[in-house]
Design a protein around this ligand. Structure first.
Ligand SMILES: NC(=O)c1ccc[n+]([C@@H]2O[C@H](COP(=O)([O-])OP(=O)(O)OC[C@H]3O[C@@H](n4cnc5c(N)ncnc54)[C@H](OP(=O)(O)O)[C@@H]3O)[C@@H](O)[C@H]2O)c1
Length: 293
């Protein structure tokens, strides 16, 4: 049996990874309570005990604004934790699939970011995620870094669930319209990672490196909110459409600076996966249906 160890198995992406494990794979899913990636001894011991064939790291410090005042913890998890996993994977000669973010970019590009474009994170979270990418690339050649963006799903907290809650509570709300990016379902990220795992299992190799992954097509938070409400109303998840005012980033100051435009070019991963990545609107319909059930 081909064993896949998942760190951060109780997060948005981790949960979907565990749910979507294909036939022929044994999933060893660990939450932070069972495997703390910042604990070097624990990482080494868990890997020695279970002897996985592949590690997927879905664990991360993801509180973008909190990271600005919690720098040490953000780097402990997003850089040091990745380093311990990379060292252990290297020692066991097994691949490490890791997830990163569009927030490694500054958002000043004029066309979708490719994997080769220069990075320039604007906040602590992005900087800590970039440090994690770099330590992984330096430590262990057998790695996949999947950069994704604006993750939503039925589990955990995310923009979709926040909008549904606000849509129930309020008649009016204001959402930022001048940040462009690609909403991406946790389930579609899990599907891509499992597809890569299948290829690796068959071929005992992969074209290692960085890949962008996000759902089609680019949107902004205001348009994303409108779609959540439109689909949510049809499914009776809300009883009426709230009025959604469009505001600017300057109207809604946050501790962390976010890229204004972080659309990812996904040609490289689509060629490797052999399928076209689904639209976020279709993925949203599936997540809303799960929230209804
Ligand atoms: N969310 C987004 O919009 C977004 C966008 C772009 C990229 N990403 C990337 O996508 C990946 C998955 O994100 P997500 O949205 O699934 O995040 P999430 O829901 O916040 O899940 C992260 C998980 O990591 C766990 N974790 C935190 N510290 C840990 C530690 N020291 N050891 C082990 N586990 C630990 C958390 O457990 P506890 O809750 O118990 O601490 C949580 O279950 C991350 O790499 C993230 O950077 C996310």
């Amino acid at each position: 049996m081909f064993k896949v160890l998942i760190a951060g198995a109780k997060g948005q992406v981790g949960t979907e990874l565990v749910k979507a494990a294909p036939a022929g794979f044994t999933v060893l899913g660990f939450g932070s309570d069972q495997l703390d990636i910042t604990n070097k001894q624990q990482v080494a011991a868990v890997i020695a005990l279970h002897q996985p064939n592949l590690i997927i790291n879905a664990a991360a410090y993801t509180a973008v604004d909190k990271a600005e005042s919690d720098v040490a913890q953000a780097f402990a998890i997003n850089e040091q934790g990745v380093a311990w996993l990379a060292e252990a994977a290297q020692a066991a000669d097994i691949p490490l699939f890791h997830i990163s973010t569009d927030y490694v970019f500054d958002g000043n590009a004029a066309s979708p970011y490719t994997e080769a474009d220069p990075v320039n994170p604007q906040g602590v979270y992005g900087a800590s995620k970039l440090a994690g990418e770099q330590v992984l690339a330096k430590t262990h050649s057998k790695h996949i870094i999947l950069r994704t963006s604006w993750v939503f799903g039925a589990e955990g907290s995310n923009f979709v669930k926040t909008m549904l809650r606000l849509g129930k509570e309020r008649d009016q709300l204001a959402v930022v319209a001048d940040q462009q990016g690609c909403p991406t379902s946790a389930a579609s990220i899990a599907q891509a990672l499992w597809q890569l795992a299948k290829v690796y299992k068959q071929q005992n190799s992969l074209p290692w490196g960085i890949y962008n992954f996000c759902n089609a097509t680019a949107s902004n938070w205001h348009a994303f909110a409108l779609e959540v409400f439109k689909q949510g109303l049809v499914l009776n998840l809300i009883s009426k459409l709230p009025e959604v005012k469009s505001i600017t980033t300057a109207d809604y100051p946050t501790p962390a600076k976010r890229p204004a435009w972080s659309v990812l070019d996904t040609n490289k991963i689509e060629a490797l996966l052999g399928y076209q990545i689904p639209s976020w609107k279709v993925e949203l319909a599936s997540v809303l249906q799960q929230l209804k059930d």
